[in-house]
Design a protein around this ligand. Structure first.
Ligand SMILES: [Zn+2]
Length: 238
């Protein structure tokens, strides 16, 4: 059980993304020649995704009030974090995770580069871009629940348009985690009010994981499914 809970810990961190107001990073400039090709390739992919995301926003007639966020590949405490103060998205790089972190990730999401790329560099990264859009729209006053759910709703709508199969797969992974962990949270606490009132207390507990998976799974039952444009118009949800 201890191992199980330890293994789930990174998943909790995955969703703690909006909790980090200013992720401090000791990033030092490196000469281009010393940057591994795998890192260059990952960065190129993330830049392309970011630019596609921003282009889609502009195509819907919106003009973002912030420049596209800078991207830093490192080892943030949650695989990904948007730093609102610096307008930077930090994203995890597999090679920068410690052996324990790598093992934990694999136990949650599966082995291999593809599992990491899909979860960290596609889903989590796009969720972070959702927080960037919330910052563009000066959305500061929402509940913890609506901030997190809103960012995931934007990410989900983006991926439904771009790669519906990927979004289906991600939704299934999240739903499975929710079902597996439901017993960790007392029934009377399985609600939005409890989540908002106990946000900081829940943070370091496995219950936090369950709440986020439940939140995303509920958000995905919305019918009709919102378009990307609709999610942009309502950055917090519900
Ligand atoms: Zn978040």
């Amino acid at each position: 059980m201890t191992v199980f809970l330890k293994a789930w810990f990174p998943w909790m961190a995955v969703f703690a993304l909006a909790m980090i107001p200013a992720y401090a990073c000791a990033q030092t400039a490196r000469p281009p020649a010393t940057i591994p090709s795998s890192e260059k390739a990952a960065m190129a992919q993330l830049v392309a995704l970011r630019d596609s995301f921003v282009s889609r926003i502009k195509a819907e007639g919106f003009q973002p009030s912030l420049p596209p966020p800078e991207i830093i590949l490192d080892n943030p405490p949650s695989y990904g974090a948007y730093d609102r103060e610096k307008n930077v998205v930090h994203v995890a790089m597999w090679e920068q995770l410690g052996p324990d972190q790598q093992a934990q990730f694999a136990s949650l999401f599966g082995q291999g580069d593809q599992a990491f790329e899909e979860m960290a560099h596609r889903w989590i990264f796009t969720h972070e871009l959702g927080h960037w859009w919330q910052a563009c729209q000066h959305e500061n006053g929402g509940s913890h629940y609506s901030v997190e759910s809103g960012a995931s709703r934007i990410a989900a709508a983006y991926w439904r348009e771009q790669d519906a199969l990927f979004m289906d797969k991600t939704a299934m992974k999240i739903a499975a985690i929710r079902d597996n962990m439901r017993s960790l949270v007392p029934a009377e606490q399985q609600n939005e009010k409890f989540f908002n009132e106990n946000y900081w207390k829940l943070g370091p507990t496995p219950a936090f994981i369950w709440f986020h998976c439940d939140m995303i799974s509920k958000m995905l039952t919305e019918r009709p499914l919102p378009s990307f444009r609709q999610t942009l118009q309502q950055p917090l949800y519900p």
